[in-house]
Design a binder for this molecule. Structure first.
Ligand code: ADP
Ligand code: MG
Length: 328
């Protein structure tokens, strides 16, 4: 069926089904002029938004609508995770090309609702407009955080360790494999492509970092070089990263070899890994329970400014932010 046959209101009726996962704080969901929810007493409210534009952030030849819906929410939940919070409600705005089949939108929402179920998040509203020049999907998420669990980019102290929550570079390598095509033949390519298409935000880990001593945090959406620069700048110190400590998966090493690229470049300058990078004193780091997640020390906070990469032979170089910049 075409969208024009289903109509805006028929579409919203479909979207409404199973949109509420946790009704506890929700007063009014989809169907009124605005959603209404009761903020939890004593908590801080978090609000963030991210927009995905066809041909800039995704290509419909390499992603399914389900994966696109999942990812559009995942990238937003990752920002809440980086603040130490719990995501609660989302609104989704769509700019839809008229020729798009209604089935596409239904599958997009299946992906959206799947990740909402996984993280107990309610879909409480949105907006639907037509977009002649391609698909646009914007997600806004409202979350909450106890003041003691709030993580900011500022707060790193000299001597803190710089820690990441998982291997880096997989997503960017997965994207290159998708663009190159033919990746299905290589077993190692699957986890890379999956990391790119359906990233999992580190929400549970993020919620537990501040109370265990993390001093600053950021999610890794633009590559470690860029995110570490943001932490260094916001905290007013420098960061030293050790190239041989940056976690590279065996799949990334194979994928990069196939593509003739350096795996470390994917980790430093690729993007969309949606792991967390945080700082914490060595003493507190030693007390982090392994059960909470994977924690890999990749560097330390130093005097000075900017981010320095230290190579195994002792050579150093400054790392410019160098992630993906939309206006360069
Ligand atoms: P209004 O004209 O008052 O802005 P709409 O007719 O745009 O309201 O939307 C009706 C209801 O459907 C609202 O609750 C709105 O939040 C919801 N809604 C509209 N589009 C979407 C969408 N793409 N995803 C989720 N909810 C939506
Ligand atoms: Mg209205």
């Amino acid at each position: 069926m075409k969208l024009s046959e289903l109509g805006e209101f028929g579409l919203i009726d479909l979207i409404k089904e199973n949109a509420v996962v946790d009704p506890t704080s929700l007063v009014v969901g989809i169907g009124d002029d605005a959603a209404v929810y009761v903020p939890e007493r004593g908590k801080l409210e978090l609000l963030t938004t991210d927009m995905l534009v066809e041909k800039v952030h995704f290509d419909l030849t390499t992603t399914s609508p389900w994966q696109l819906g999942y990812k559009a929410v995942a990238v937003n939940l990752s920002d809440i995770a980086a603040m130490g919070g719990k995501p609660c409600h989302i609104v989704v705005s769509l700019g839809l090309p008229e020729e798009l089949p209604a089935e596409f939108v239904v599958n997009l929402y299946k992906g959206i609702k799947e990740i909402c179920r996984e993280f107990s998040v309610n879909l409480v509203g949105g907006d639907t407009v037509s977009s002649p020049l391609g698909l646009v999907i914007n997600v806004t998420v409202a979350g909450e955080v106890e003041p003691a669990r709030l993580l900011r980019r500022s707060g790193a102290k000299i001597g803190d360790l710089v820690v990441v929550t998982g291997s880096l570079g997989n997503s960017a390598c997965g994207l290159d494999l998708l663009i190159r095509r033919g990746w299905e033949d290589y077993e190692y390519a699957w986890p890379l492509v999956t990391a790119h298409l359906t990233p999992r935000p580190q929400v549970a880990v993020g919620q537990n970092l501040a109370t265990r001593g993390a001093t600053s945090a950021n999610d890794i959406s633009d590559g470690l070089a860029s995110e570490a620069n943001e932490l260094a700048k916001a905290s007013g110190f420098g960061i030293k990263l050790y190239s041989d400590k940056i976690p590279l998966s065996p799949e990334l090493i194979e994928g990069a070899a196939l593509l003739g690229k350096r795996p470390l470049d994917y980790a430093l300058y690729g993007g969309e890994d949606y792991q967390l990078v945080f700082t914490i004193s060595p003493k507190q780091f030693a007390c982090l329970p392994q059960s909470l997640g994977q924690f890999i020390v990749v560097g330390e906070v130093t005097e000075g400014e900017g981010v320095t990469l230290v190579e195994p032979n002792g050579r150093t170089k400054m790392l410019a932010p160098g992630g993906y910049n939309h206006f360069q």
